[in-house]
Every structure is written in C-alpha cells, then in structure tokens.
Design a protein around this ligand. Structure first.
Ligand code: GTP
Ligand code: MG
Length: 197
C-alpha cells in the first residue's frame, strides 16, 4: 500500500472523545520505549508525525493519525512502569484498557516487543488479557537492526516457545526496524488486505 497522506487528528485520554468516524483502525501498544511512535513515523514516511524520545514515557495519550483519509493508526502510551501483579488494572493504565474494551472501530492491535529482549511477563500477560477480551492482535518484533539475523531468529523462537505454553498457536508476527525500514511493505500490505476484505 502507498501512503498518500498521514495527518494527526487528535490526542486524548478518553475513549469517548476519540474520532466518531467508523473507519477501520489499528493500534500500536507495548512497553515504553519499544518503538511504537517511531514505527508510525517509519510507516508514514514522516520524521515527526508521532513524537518519539530516547526516554521511556514520551507518548502519554491516545493519538489518532488518519491515513490515506480512510483508516486510522493509533499511537498509545507504553505500559511497563507499574509492577507486575495479577490485577491488569494495576499493570496497565485504565484508559488504555478502556480503549481496547470500548473502541468498536479497532480492527486489531499490534503488540510491539523489542526483539533484543527475553520474553517479558508484562507483554505475555497483556497478550493474555487481549485474548480473554477477544481482541485480535499480532506481534511486531521491533529494532531488528540491532541484532544479527541468527540472534533475531533465536529470540523469536524463544518467544514463540513461551507463547505456546498459553496459546494453541502463535499469533502472526512481523519484524520491523524504523532505522532500516524493514517490515514496512509487509505491514502496510497486511493492513491493506484487511481494509479491502
Ligand atoms: P513511549 O512513547 O515512551 O511508550 O515509547 P515508544 O514505544 O513510542 O518508543 P519511541 O518510538 O519513542 O522510541 C524509543 C527509542 O527507541 C527512540 O530513541 C528511538 O529512536 C528508538 N527506536 C525506535 N525504533 C527503533 C528501531 O527500529 N531501531 C533502532 N535502532 N532504534 C529505534
Ligand atoms: Mg511513543
């Protein structure tokens, strides 16, 4: 898919105030600093459409970006500051869980994980929470430029092993780098296919 236009529409902390348009939308979620905002810039060929930072906690609100005037990319704040506990309410900011529970326009979530790290409980717990709430999701392994191909393969296999302890099959995954543009076509084509179906 070609990106012809990408516009920032609105930031807010309340799902009720998100755009009313019934356009398909896709949300990026994951731990702080994993590269959610950078990936939005990479996909849309813009340097500063979504605000990025080397320090975790940059994105604080729900941000809607209108793409090609007919679908939304949504940049969300990261999770991962709160300590892991059994209560998802304590782990994830309430307005993030509200977004996933209430946003009817959401087609699917992309859970971003840093390909360099061992599987983290907070990520697998969040995926479980999405599953329990019947919210479709895929996984994106980010920052692929930081690993050699063999190490990347090994880390993804490790991740899949852990997921298969909970899931019957692994969710589909994508491998991306906002530095070398890896995964761009694949991800955009995937979204295009869903939009057309
Ligand atoms: P929060 O908004 O704080 O939750 O973070 P985020 O997930 O939006 O991360 P952000 O896009 O702000 O990126 C965090 C840092 O990682 C920045 O310093 C980026 O330049 C860097 N980064 C993001 N993606 C990549 C990537 O694919 N490769 C490399 N090498 N660095 C990346
Ligand atoms: Mg961000």
């Amino acid at each position: 898919m070609k990106i012809k236009s990408a516009e920032f529409i609105i930031s807010n902390s309340e799902v009720a105030k998100c755009p009313k348009d019934m356009l398909p939308e896709y949300a990026f979620i994951g731990r702080s600093n994993v590269g959610k905002s950078s990936l939005i810039n990479m996909l849309t060929n813009q340097k500063n459409l979504a605000k990025t930072s080397g320090k975790p906690g940059k994105t604080q609100l729900i941000n809607h970006f209108l793409i090609n005037k007919n679908w939304f990319l949504v940049d969300l704040p990261g999770y991962g500051y709160a300590r892991v506990s059994k209560s998802t309410k304590k782990i994830f900011q309430k307005f993030i869980t509200n977004y996933f529970e209430k946003r009817k326009q959401l087609v699917c979530a992309f859970v971003l994980v840093d390909c360099r790290h061992e599987p983290q409980k907070i990520d697998t717990e969040f995926m479980e929470w999405l599953g329990v709430n019947q919210i479709p999701f895929n996984i994106i392994f980010t920052k692929a430029d930081k690993l050699k191909p063999q190490a990347l393969k090994r880390n993804i296999s490790k991740y899949q092993e852990i997921l298969l302890e909970t899931w019957e099959e692994c969710p589909q995954h994508f491998i991306t780098s906002s530095s070398d543009y890896r995964g761009k076509e694949e991800l955009l084509n995937y979204i295009e296919e869903i939009n057309q179906s």
